[in-house]
Design a protein around this ligand. Structure first.
Ligand code: PHE
Ligand code: NA
Length: 504
């Protein structure tokens, strides 16, 4: 007899895992700075519009596909839309594999900085410490292509991979679900403590003032709307195949949309909480340095986390604890997202080649080992950031556009999926959902991706050479496309269309 497909033990386990995937680096280091630069308090308007017109509808679409067709991204999409669908699935799998490399790198840094917090090892020149002493890339674009190993990064990198693969190897319930059920409450408590402490720092209110003061004029700028849609998109982890995979492990009769709303609003709450915490701390930094909040630099991304935040910690009495809370939170939030990204790859190769979980985890381990050899070097660390830019801003958005068009227009499965979602769920969806998913979302996303492509072609990225952006940036997209074209031609171990031959 065919074994059962793995299943979450219930609604709660699924929600914790889905929240774990959604809440990640994007909430902590991306949202606060993006909101601040895109209209402050007024940004909440495009942000909410993006959440309701594209984020939640596509989240539901992912859930519906995974739950109805019960498979990893390539399998579920194959059952929905033949080889074309399968291709989209593999596109997502390749993107996830690439993003995993970047995510593990950042996690390794966060883990190191957690340790550095005790004793505030970064000293006064936090930028010099990060790029020079720690990453050893401070010559920047001048000398990124050495193959020198960076041992301080290598050890935590290996550690992060081992932890992640051990959790994934333990299975959906005993590994993924259990890790999230433990980590998410811990993360929320630790992060709340950090926010509350930040609120009581001198200057905190100035920071909050800067963060929340609405600049309604910003709403006339299309760039602000693009920023809102792209933040929502990345933040909810939609169109990566993640939610398809996670939804495929739910029991047949499950309340999908109810859980989806909890996940979506939980994720947004965490973002706003992070905005409050980060900007209180930035207000404090401005206060200490006797400058305005507007004059503080490095408000997003790795620089916020590894340069600005350590500077804040250095200014505080007993800052080590704050540092530990911050980097601990960053590590845990990132780890639960990383688990979800890699599960996409594991589930896909299991389904396609009929492997056991152990075998596919081992296969990933081999790839990980190779990547460590390459990425433990200075050039690897720099390339990852470029890969991330392209996969996130172009790869994922393209994947979302194509998925909605294929599902709603080419295969015409909108009505069927809406009925599937509404059959058991508390929150019913219908025509409006199909309209948002099939019309509004693809139009906005198309506009977004065109703008971004134009931007990258005319403006380049971080001043890197064009040939290099061609290889690392466009090359990642080409790799995903190759996966999308070639892998559907490879024969399945079990016939994907005969449900009875598969674990249900
Ligand atoms: N949603 C995560 C965040 O906000 C990012 C992420 C993207 C996680 C893709 C998994 C996959 O940080
Ligand atoms: Na998020």
């Amino acid at each position: 007899a065919v074994p059962e497909r793995e299943q979450w033990s219930g609604q709660f386990g699924f929600i914790m895992a889905a929240v774990g995937s959604a809440v990640g680096l994007g909430n902590i280091w991306r949202f606060p700075g993006v909101a601040y630069e895109s209209g402050g308090g007024a940004f909440l308007i495009p942000y909410l519009v993006a959440l309701l017109t594209a984020g939640i509808p596509i989240l539901f679409l992912d859930y519906a596909i995974g739950h109805r067709f019960r498979g990893s991204a390539p399998l579920a999409l194959r059952r929905l839309g033949g080889r074309l669908g399968e291709g989209i699935g593999w596109f997502q799998v390749v993107i996830c594999a690439l993003i995993a490399l970047y995510y593990t790198g950042v996690l390794a840094w966060a883990g190191s900085y957690f340790v550095f917090s005790f004793g505030e090892k970064w000293g006064d020149d936090t930028l010099g410490f990060f790029t020079g002493e720690y990453l050893q890339v401070s010559d920047g674009a001048e000398r990124p292509f050495t193959l020198d190993f960076v041992p301080a990064v290598l050890i935590p990198l290996v550690l992060m991979w081992v932890v992640t693969l051990v959790i994934l190897g333990a299975g959906v319930v005993k590994g993924v679900q259990r890790a999230n059920v433990i980590i998410i409450p811990l993360l929320v408590i630790g992060f709340l403590a950090l926010v509350v402490r930040s609120l009581f720092l001198p200057g905190a209110l100035d920071g909050l003032d800067a963060f929340f003061t609405p600049d309604f004029a910003a709403l006339a700028d299309p760039g602000v709307w693009i920023a809102a849609y792209s933040q929502i998109f990345f933040s909810l982890s939609v169109a990566f195949g993640i939610m398809i995979t996670y939804a495929s492990y739910r029991r047949r009769r499950s309340n999908m949309t109810g859980a989806g709303l909890v996940v979506a609003f939980g994720n947004s709450s965490f973002e706003i909480l992070a905005g409050i915490g980060v900007f209180s701390a930035i207000g404090f930094l401005a206060h200490q340095q006797g400058i305005g909040v507007d004059d503080v630099e490095g408000l997003t991304g790795p620089i916020l986390a590894f340069v600005t935040f350590p500077a804040i910690v250095s200014e505080m009495p007993g800052g080590g604890l704050m540092g530990a809370l911050f980097f601990g939170a960053l590590t845990l939030a990132g780890l639960t997202s990383l688990i979800s990204i890699i599960e996409v790859v594991i589930a896909a190769i299991r389904d396609k080649f009929g492997l056991t979980r152990g075998q596919s985890v081992a296969a990933i381990g081999v790839i990980a080992a190779l990547s460590i050899v390459l990425l433990g070097t200075t050039s690897g660390l720099i390339a990852l950031d470029t890969i991330d830019q392209w996969t996130n801003n172009i790869g994922i958005v393209a994947s979302a556009i194509i998925t909605t068009i294929v599902v709603i227009w080419i295969k015409r499965r909108g009505g069927e999926l809406a009925r599937h979602l509404s059959a058991v769920s508390t929150f019913k969806v219908g025509t409006l959902w199909v309209l948002f998913t099939g019309v509004v979302a693809p139009i906005v996303l198309f506009y977004m991706v065109v703008e971004k492509v134009r931007d990258l072609i005319t403006g380049g990225y971080e001043g890197y050479a064009t040939w290099y952006l061609g290889v690392a940036g466009w090359g990642s997209i080409v790799l995903a496309l190759l996966g999308a074209i070639i892998l559907p031609l490879v024969t399945w171990r079990n016939d994907p269309d005969r449900f009875d031959e598969w674990p249900s």
